[in-house]
Design a protein around this ligand. Structure first.
Ligand code: HEM
Length: 414
């Protein structure tokens, strides 16, 4: 299941949605990195950053590189849509991952009070129980749809329970998450995405409002109650901000983790010795999760734009320029990792960029790591081997996420 070799002259290095870039990104981005680690892409009309040191520097330089999607060049792209789809944009514009300080600092500080590593670690026994309950029915099956039977269900149930929303709503959550993903991940083939995104945002907000009202009256041990109680001096979240944050968690906590689990199965299929190694030593599950994040993480790249001119790898980036920080390329750069094309589940150090870096570093990283650790441990202990049935692996045509369209697997118990 390894990547097919690229032709000597790929059709267009500037086409970020070509089959090469989407289905065989590691070769494509290697070629780009070897051409120029900070490369001007005429079609995207911005800089594509593919070297490890440059991607890390880009993530850390939040004073010059903005995450704000609602001003600068990204704001201009969205200005027509934002007047047409007002509810979608009113809530999207409160989601702090797409904002700069001081708004970002205030929101993150408050969310941090509720979303603590301790509040995540207490979920471990429940996650182990869920993993076992998903594995049991896959035993003895000829072929299972890995997304439907495992990769989708685990993260969606975990995030629903952690937030404190009814897990029965998971099919709706999947649909909303998919439709919002089409807006956020700029799916190349979906022209109706803004309309669907607005509907999804509306439905998700309507679903969350009564849950929030109930938790205000009767707080529980969940994240929505935690956010409602979080205070910093006299500052606290408004209901609208709690809705925006809950939407961010549902979205960020579901699709990414689901894709991590599926990408992991593909990575271990390429390196069966590492599956056997994990089975023999399950204490490696934690570092195995990080190695899958490095090797084929669920996020390909993150966008920024320059608020002020800056230099990166000798290239002058002008104020107003777009910049794409390609984590997939950085994570396979020999400047950052020894033998980067190899999956090594005990790799140390492993300072990958899958969760970003700097002030926006993924807040949910402890939860994503915990889920992946327990999932890979559980699956490798239950099944010494598995077979992937896809003739060719196909990925959704987006610049930002690395998301398989389907994955059918037969698990073998001997
Ligand atoms: C494997 C799974 C995941 C990956 C690869 C991932 C990746 C990322 C990345 C790259 C960022 C930084 C975005 C940027 O710099 O612009 C981020 C931010 C964030 N992630 Fe995750 N994430 C994952 C799972 C989760 C989960 C499970 C949650 C919560 C339940 C979560 C919540 C967040 C939040 C709230 C932010 C915004 C942080 C900020 O802007 O300060 N993520 N994530």
């Amino acid at each position: 299941m390894s990547e097919t070799v690229l032709p000597d002259n790929p059709p267009d290095l500037d086409d970020l949605l070509s089959p090469e870039a989407i289905d065989r990104p590691f070769q494509y981005y290697r070629r780009l990195r070897e051409t120029r680690s900070v490369y001007w892409n005429k079609r995207w009309n911005g800089w594509i950053v593919t070297g490890y040191p440059e991607v890390v520097e880009g993530f850390r330089n939040h004073t010059k590189l903005s995450s704000d999607r609602f001003s600068g060049p990204f704001g201009e792209d969205l200005s027509e849509a934002s007047s047409q789809y007002q509810q979608l944009f009113r809530l999207l514009s409160q989601i702090f991952v797409w904002k700069d300080p001081p708004y970002h600092t205030r929101m993150r500080k408050l969310v941090n009070k509720a979303f603590t590593p301790r509040s995540v670690e207490v979920l471990r026994p429940r996650i182990q129980e869920l993993v076992s309950s998903l594995i049991e029915p896959m035993r003895g099956q000829r072929e299972v749809d890995f997304f439907a039977r495992f990769a989708f269900t685990l993260p969606v149930v975990v995030i629903a329970e952690y937030l404190g929303v009814p897990a029965e709503a998971r099919e709706s959550v999947r649909k909303w998450s998919e439709d919002l993903g089409a807006v956020i991940f700029v799916r190349g083939n979906d022209t109706d995405r803004m309309r669907k995104g607005e509907q999804a945002m509306h439905d998700l907000a309507e679903f969350l409002k009564p849950v929030i009202a109930e938790r205000r009256r009767d707080p529980r041990e969940d994240l929505i109650s935690g956010m409602l109680q979080a205070a910093d001096g006299g500052d606290a979240f408004t209901d609208d901000e709690v809705v925006a944050n809950a939407i961010l968690m549902v979205f960020a906590g579901h699709e990414t983790t689901m894709n991590l689990l599926a990408n992991g199965m593909v990575a271990f299929d390429q390196f069966p010795d590492q599956w056997a190694r994990l089975r023999a030593d399950p204490t490696l599950a934690r570092s195995a999760a990080d190695e899958v994040l490095r090797f084929d993480g669920p996020i390909r790249a993150q966008a920024r734009w320059a608020k002020e001119p800056l230099e990166l790898a000798g290239q002058r980036i002008e104020a107003g320029d777009r910049v794409l920080l390609v984590q997939h390329a950085a994570n396979r750069d020999p400047a950052g990792f020894t033998d980067p094309e190899r999956l090594d589940i005990a790799r140390r150090p492993n300072k990958h960029t899958a969760f970003g870096q700097g002030i926006h570093t993924c807040l949910g990283a402890p939860l994503a790591r915990l889920e992946a650790e327990e999932a890979f441990r559980g699956l490798s202990q239950a099944f010494p081997r598995y077979t992937i049935h896809e003739q060719e692996l196909r990925y959704a045509p987006t610049v930002v996420s690395r998301s398989l369209t389907q994955l059918h697997v037969t698990f073998h118990e001997s």
